[in-house]
Design a protein around this ligand. Structure first.
Ligand code: SAH
Ligand code: SF4
Ligand code: F3S
Length: 485
C-alpha cells in the first residue's frame, strides 16, 4: 500500500478539536500550523538537533524527520545545548546500543533546566517496544514526545500538540499499525555526493536473535517507479553514489502489483537513469540471494562490484537455530559464483559471536569460513539477548568472558586476512570517487567500488568526479594511490 503525500497540496482539512483527530489529522495541515506557531514565537528559525543511531535505514528515516522539521520552519544545529527541539532516532538491535541511548536521554535532562521550552522527542526502533515506551513515560519525565516507527507521519501533529497544549504525547507500540509507505515526504540529506534510498521497509525473516521484525513491522516494498524517480532526481542534483536500502533487498517486489524483483530493479536503474553515478545496496540475505542477482552485478557497469552478504555463523547447526534458512554449502556456492562471475569482487559480512548454545567447535567453523571466503571487512557483534525474540529463552552457557576471547580471536584473524587483501590491491588500478580532504595535507580521500578508502595526492577540484587511481601502498584501514594521468 502506498500513500502519496504532497505537503503543499491545496486542500488541507482543518482538524477538529479533540485528541483523536489531533493525532490522526492531516500531516500537511499540522505542518502549516506548526510553522505558524513557530513564526509567532521566534524571530529567527528555532534550531533542531536530530541524531540517528543504528543502521542506514534509520539514518535515512532521520533524513525524513529532518525534512519534515525543515518544512515546519526549523533550522538545524550539531549542538544539542543550543537546540529548541532535540529529536533522537533510536536503535534497539543490541542492548549496549539501547543503554547508550538511554544514558544520552538521561543526560539531556539538565538542558531543560536552562531552557524550559526545549522539546525532547524520542522516535525510532527503541520506542516500538512496550517496556521501553513505558520506561520513557515513567522514568524520563523530561521527554515530551515519543513516536514509534509506524507513527512517523504524526510528528507534525504531536509537535503542534506539545507547542500549544503543554502536554506529553506518546505514540508507542500500542498505537502501531503497519503504516503504508509514504511517498513525497521532504528529505534533508547530509551532503549531496552520496545518498541513501530506501526501497523497502520492515522485515519478515524473524531470525531468532533479531528485534528488527518486531520494531519495524512487515516487509513493504516501494513501487519501482518511485525508486527510479528518486534516483533520477538525485543524480540530476549531482549525487554520484547511491545506496539502495532494505533489511533484505533480495525479497524486493514481494506484494507489489507490478512484477519485479531486485535484480530487475538494479538493471532498470542501470539502464534507465542517465549520468555518471554508481549504485550500492544493502542488505542481501543469503537465503534469497540468487545467481540472477550476481549476474546483474556483473552485467551492470553502474552497480558496484561489492556484495555484503551477512553469514552470521560458519556452523550449519547454529544457522538453523538462528532461523537463517541456508547452509554453509549454499553460502559458499554463492561466493564461488560471485568470485567467478565478478573477478575482484569485494565481499563483506556480519558475524555474531556467542549465540546461545554455540560451542567452541561451532565457533571454529566460523573462523574456517572467514579464511575460506576472504572478506575485505567484517562487522562483528557479540550476541545480545533481545526481549520478545525466539532466542531469548535459549539456554546460554558460555560465559561473557569466554565470548570476549572468541570475539578477539575473530578480530585478530580478520585483521590478518584483511591486510592480505589490502596488500593484494597494490599495483592495481581502481576507479574512485573523491569525497573530500584526506588525512595528510594535499591529499584527498575517496571510495572505490568495493567501498575501500583510497587516499591520494590531488586537488580539491577533483571532489565529486570519478578518477582512476594507481594503488601504490596499503595500510590496514586504507589504500594509497596516485591519479593516473
Ligand atoms: N537485515 C540485515 C541486518 C540487520 S541488523 C541482515 O539480515 O543481514 C545488522 C546486524 O546486527 C545483523 O546482521 C547481525 O549480525 C547483528 N545483530 C542483529 N541482532 C543481533 C543481536 N541480538 N545480537 C548481536 N548482533 C545482532
Ligand atoms: Fe534481522 Fe534477520 Fe531481518 Fe536481518 S533478515 S533484519 S537479521 S530478522
Ligand atoms: Fe537498529 Fe532499527 Fe536499524 S533496531 S539496526 S535502527 S532497523
Amino acid at each position: 500500500m502506498t500513500q502519496q503525500y504532497d505537503l503543499f497540496a491545496p486542500t488541507p482539512q482543518k482538524p477538529e478539536k479533540g485528541e483523536e483527530s489531533f493525532f490522526q489529522g492531516d500531516a500537511r495541515e499540522y505542518v502549516r500550523l506548526v510553522s505558524q506557531e513557530l513564526a509567532r514565537r521566534y524571530e529567527t528559525p528555532p534550531l533542531a538537533y536530530v541524531h540517528s543511531y543504528g543502521c542506514q535505514q534509520n539514518v535515512s528515516d532521520g533524513e525524513r524527520y529532518s525534512g519534515l522539521l525543515a518544512e515546519m520552519g526549523y533550522g538545524f544545529t550539531d549542538r544539542p545545548e543550543e537546540a529548541e527541539l532535540i529529536l533522537l532516532n533510536t536503535c534497539a538491535v543490541r542492548e549496549n546500543a539501547e543503554k547508550r541511548v538511554l544514558g544520552n536521554i538521561g543526560a539531556m535532562k539538565h538542558y531543560k533546566e536552562h531552557r524550559p521550552n526545549l522539546i525532547i522527542a524520542v522516535v525510532g526502533c527503541m520506542t516500538q517496544q512496550q517496556h521501553i515506551a513505558d520506561r520513557l513515560k515513567k522514568s524520563y519525565r523530561h521527554v515530551d514526545l515519543v513516536l514509534g516507527t509506524n507513527a512517523f507521519i504524526r510528528l507534525p501533529a504531536l509537535l503542534f500538540g506539545r507547542l500549544t497544549k503543554n502536554q506529553r504525547y506518546f505514540k508507542g507500540p500500542e498505537d502501531s499499525e503497519n503504516s503504508p509507505i509514504i511517498e513525497g515526504l521532504p528529505v534533508r540529506r547530509d551532503g549531496t555526493l552520496k545518498a541513501w534510498v530506501p526501497i523497502m521497509h520492515g522485515c519478515d525473516n524473524f531470525c531468532s536473535y533479531c528485534i528488527v521484525p518486531y520494531v519495524r513491522g512487515r516487509e513493504r516494498s516501494r513501487e519501482s517507479a518511485s525508486v527510479i524517480q528518486e534516483v533520477r532526481q538525485l543524480v540530476s542534483q549531482g549525487c554520484r553514489d547511491i545506496t539502495l536500502l532494505g533489511q533484505n533487498v533480495n525479497s524486493y517486489g514481494k506484494g507489489l502489483e507490478e512484477k519485479i524483483n531486485f535484480s530487475t530493479l538494479l538493471r532498470r536503474l542501470n539502464d534507465e537513469v542517465e549520468g555518471d553515478f554508481r549504485i550500492r545496496f544493502m542488505t542481501s540475505h543469503p537465503r534469497d540471494c540468487t545467481r540472477e542477482l550476481i549476474d546483474a552485478i556483473a552485467d551492470c557497469p553502474k552497480v558496484c562490484k561489492h556484495l555484503h552478504l551477512p553469514v552470521q555463523s560458519g556452523s550449519d547447526r547454529v544457522l538453523k537455530e538462528m532461523n537463517r534458512h541456508y547452509t554453509i554449502e549454499h553460502y559458499l556456492e554463492l561466493i564461488q559464483y560471485a568470485k567467478e562471475r565478478v573477478p575482484g569482487i569485494s565481499l563483506t559480512s556480519d558475524i555474531i559471536v556467542g549465540f546461545p548454545g554455540e560451542t567452541r567447535e561451532d565457533f571454529e567453523q566460523t573462523l574456517e569460513l572467514i579464511k575460506q571466503v576472504g572478506y575485505t571487512s567484517l562487522f562483528t557483534f557479540i550476541y545480545s539477548r533481545r526481549s520478545g525474540t525466539k532466542a531469548e529463552k535459549l539456554p546460554d552457557v558460555v560465559t561473557a568472558e569466554e565470548k570476549s576471547k572468541w570475539f578477539q580471536e575473530l578480530l585478530d584473524l580478520q585483521g590478518v586476512i584483511g591486510q592480505e587483501i589490502m596488500d593484494s590491491y597494490v599495483g592495481r588500478r581502481l576507479r574512485v570517487l573523491p569525497e573530500g580532504p584526506g588525512r595528510e595535507e594535499g591529499t584527498l580521500t575517496s571510495r572505490s567500488d568495493g567501498n575501500l578508502i583510497v587516499e591520494f595526492p590531488g586537488d580539491p577540484s577533483l571532489v565529486g568526479n570519478f578518477v582512476e587511481v594507481q594503488i601504490t601502498g596499503a595500510m590496514n584501514w586504507a589504500l594509497k594511490g596516485e591519479v593516473v594521468k
